[in-house]
Design a protein around this ligand. Structure first.
Ligand code: NIG
Ligand code: FE
Length: 409
């Protein structure tokens, strides 16, 4: 047994530590030490207290690669069956997302495909998508249910999410989105919400399949009033809530979510000043989903300036789903957030690390390179972190690939 103070020491690295959304926190020619899976030390290599080999059991030459916090995709519907390319063509021909949904397409068509898919088929299709997320440097991802809308299929979806976490090097936060739309078996919204509260939520929670509860608050889905009992039930179980809010219209979902100290409210194209004030006061993160904005060819942008004025942390996510955002590449969405919503490079990086961690309630453990946080990184062969956003198709290096373990004096 060696008695060096650190397990691993990365040397000759460039770090983007992401301390805030104004500053990438760059440290060139840096060293980064890990002990028991956590960051134990980081700084300029010259500031190391002694010769590297006397400090760590293993020294790794990063050959000037960049290390960033692992990316966090804090809003996805990654587990689903089939695809909706036909609806994509319909939208290109002029039909709206809401029209297609009302005509029985949209979410319900994916519900049908997901109910019919076996657990294995659902796993295979989802695993393929997850692999592409991981190539983009993602180390934590949130996955929602919501294409089952019955106990068995919601369970199947969340079990697939659980199996993915067991089989891939990634943390998966599982969110129950049974309140995505009204399933065909129910004609009464209140009766379905009651069924979620009494059956689906408590049973899946008891099986360890639910980390948070989400809902779709919209004219074509549920009103705040209809969702109150669900959020009350979630809170009773000690579960955090989040909400798809003000995507296509202003339903004042943000205010309702803020009353339940929601972790995040997501989409927000139509949020108004009262909504922004409410989430600012509640410490709720604004999750922007530029992929859905882009695919649906929306014109109303989320009020980024207002959110910043009220110091609301802004996260961005892929919203990976078969209808409004069939995207797995988080850096592409960073690019869209900059070009379509006017985020800066610094804001876009913080939006997929620091603030995305807070949107999942994990800000104590992940989201930046700082001492005490978990050693979950993305490695990049770039000359500046802006390149990840600038050049579509920039992939992260597989963890530790091409990094040579050498002896340093
Ligand atoms: O976040 N808004 C609701 N849910 C998804 C879309 C789901 C779908 O169209 O299948 C979203 O955009
Ligand atoms: Fe979504």
């Amino acid at each position: 047994m060696s008695n060096q103070q650190w397990d691993t020491l990365y040397l000759n690295a460039n770090l983007a530590t992401i301390p805030s959304d104004d500053d990438l926190g760059i440290i060139n020619n840096a060293a980064l030490a890990i002990k028991d899976g956590k960051i134990a030390w980081l700084g300029a290599r010259q500031a190391l207290p002694a010769a590297p080999t006397t400090l760590a059991n293993e020294c790794v030459d990063c050959a000037q690669q960049w290390i960033t916090p692992g990316l966090i995709d804090c809003h996805t519907h990654l587990v689903y069956a089939g695809n909706r390319s036909r609806e994509f063509a319909m939208r290109l021909a002029g039909q709206s997302y809401a029209e297609i949904a009302k005509a029985g397409g949209g979410i319900l068509s994916t519900v049908q495909a997901t109910r019919q898919a076996s657990l294995e088929a659902l796993y295979q299709q989802s695993a393929q998508r997850l692999q592409t997320c991981l190539q983009c440097g993602v180390t934590t991802i949130e996955i929602k249910s919501g294409y089952g809308l019955d106990l068995d299929t919601e369970m199947k979806m969340l079990r697939v999410a659980q199996m993915l976490e067991q089989n891939f090097p990634v943390r998966i936060q599982k969110t129950l989105l049974a309140a995505h739309t009204l399933p065909p078996e129910f004609s009464q919204v209140e009766a379905y919400i009651e069924h979620i509260c009494q059956q689906i939520l408590p049973q899946l929670y008891a099986q360890g399949l639910v980390d948070a509860v989400d809902a779709f608050c919209e004219k074509i889905a549920f009103s705040t009033q209809q969702l109150e009992p669900l959020f009350a039930r979630a809170k009773q179980l000690g579960l955090p809530v989040k909400l798809h809010a003000e995507q296509l219209s202003n339903q004042h979902g943000a205010q309702m979510a803020a009353r339940y100290q929601a972790l995040s409210v997501d989409h927000l194209e139509y949020i108004d000043a009262a909504g922004v004030q409410a989430i600012a006061a509640a410490g709720t993160v604004a999750v922007l989903l530029p992929g859905a904005f882009y695919y649906l060819q929306e014109t109303q942008k989320p009020p980024v300036e207002l959110l910043r004025q009220y110091k609301v942390p802004i996260a961005i996510a892929t919203d990976c789903n078969p209808g409004s955002s069939p995207i797995t590449a988080l850096p592409w969405v960073m690019n869209m957030a900059c070009i379509l919503f006017g985020l800066t490079i610094e804001q876009a990086w913080a939006a997929v690390t620091l603030h995305a961690a807070k949107a999942l309630g994990l800000e104590q453990c992940i989201g930046s390179l700082s001492v005490g946080k978990l050693a979950e990184f993305a490695f990049w062969e770039i000359s500046h972190p802006a390149e990840v956003i600038y050049q579509l198709g920039t992939f992260a290096k597989p963890a530790n690939a091409d990094l040579t373990k050498v002896k340093f004096d």
